[in-house]
Structures are given as C-alpha cells and as structure tokens.
Design a protein around this ligand. Structure first.
Ligand SMILES: [Zn+2]
Length: 179
C-alpha cells in the first residue's frame, strides 16, 4: 500500500486542504481498484494511472464550472420589445450618470443616479420597483443586463484552488518518484 502511505504523508507534510484530501481519497480508492483488477501492475503504476484518471475528472469538473460561470442571464420574454429598448436607453443614461449595479449572489442591487437612497433588487429578470412588480420593463433590469457580472467568487476561487492542487500533486508525485 505504498500509494496510500505516500499520499497521506504528503498531505500532512505539504498540505492540509479539503481539495487535496478529496483528490488523495479519490486517487487512492481508484489505485486500489486498479491494483485489484490488474495484479501485474506495480503499486506505483496503479497509482500513476489512478492519478491521471482523477486529474481528467477534475479537468472535466473545471470545464463544467467554467460553463456555469459563462451561462447567460435569463431574459424576460413577456415584455414588448419597444418597452425593453426604452428601458435599455434609460439604463444607459442612468449608468452614465452614476447609477450603480452591485451583484449579490444571484441577485443585483441597482441604485439610482438621481434618487439617492433608492435601491431596487433585480433577480431572475424581475425587479422590486413599481414597474417591475407590474410586469413592465424597467431600466433596473436593463442596467443589470448591461453590466458584466463578475464570476461568482466561490466558484472562481474553487477553480483556482483545484488547478493549484493539481499542479501541487504533479510536483509532489514527481518528487516522490525521483526519491
Ligand atoms: Zn425596476
């Protein structure tokens, strides 16, 4: 069980991290499976194959996360187009005059340029303002659509951390095999 021991030792010595632990658990479980099914492989060979498979799984996970981040905001279909265009024009004027859009999870808070202290909440294409509640197009929704949404902080950090852990694993394995 050289693979298990090495991975645990490396985890304790170099990293104590949820992603790293998960990576190790998955790689170890897969290495044990491969070793059982292919007795002619050495533990090191089984470990290498397992690490490659788990890396590929992580790469697929990173791609899915990137797709989620890039998914377009839902659109309102029920508003007449001319009303949406008017709302978009007003949103451009408001944004140019200093109106602010602050993203808050799935929602966005829109503050008016001219009416200090007035903030409306836009979520899933629906706004808390009077027009929005009446089902009409409003400039708040348009302003949110015109403002680039930053990648969700949690997902972005997770992508970076997993990518960093994969690099760490590669370095650690190279070091281990060279020893
Ligand atoms: Zn509104």
């Amino acid at each position: 069980m050289a693979t298990t021991t090495d991975c645990t030792t490396l985890t304790t010595a170099r990293l104590a991290d949820a992603d790293w632990s998960r990576f190790c658990r998955e790689a170890e479980a897969l290495a044990a499976e491969i070793a059982a099914q292919h007795p002619h492989l050495s533990p090191r060979e089984a470990g290498d194959i397992a690490a490659e498979h788990v890396e590929a799984r992580y790469a697929a996970e990173l791609e899915r996360q990137a797709e989620t981040v890039a998914a377009p905001a839902p659109k309102r279909a029920r508003d007449p187009r001319s009303a949406e265009e008017r709302a978009a024009d007003k949103a451009r004027v408001q944004l140019a005059e200093g109106a602010r859009v602050v993203f808050d999870g799935a929602a966005a808070l829109v503050s008016s340029a001219s009416r200090a202290g007035v903030v409306h909440r836009v979520e899933a294409g629906s706004c808390t303002c009077e027009a929005g509640q009446a089902g009409r197009a409003c400039w708040h929704v348009a302003a949110v659509a015109l403002t680039p949404r930053p990648a969700p902080a949690g997902a972005a950090i997770n992508v970076r951390r997993i990518a960093a852990r994969i690099a760490e694993l590669r370095a650690a394995r190279a070091h281990m095999l060279a020893a």
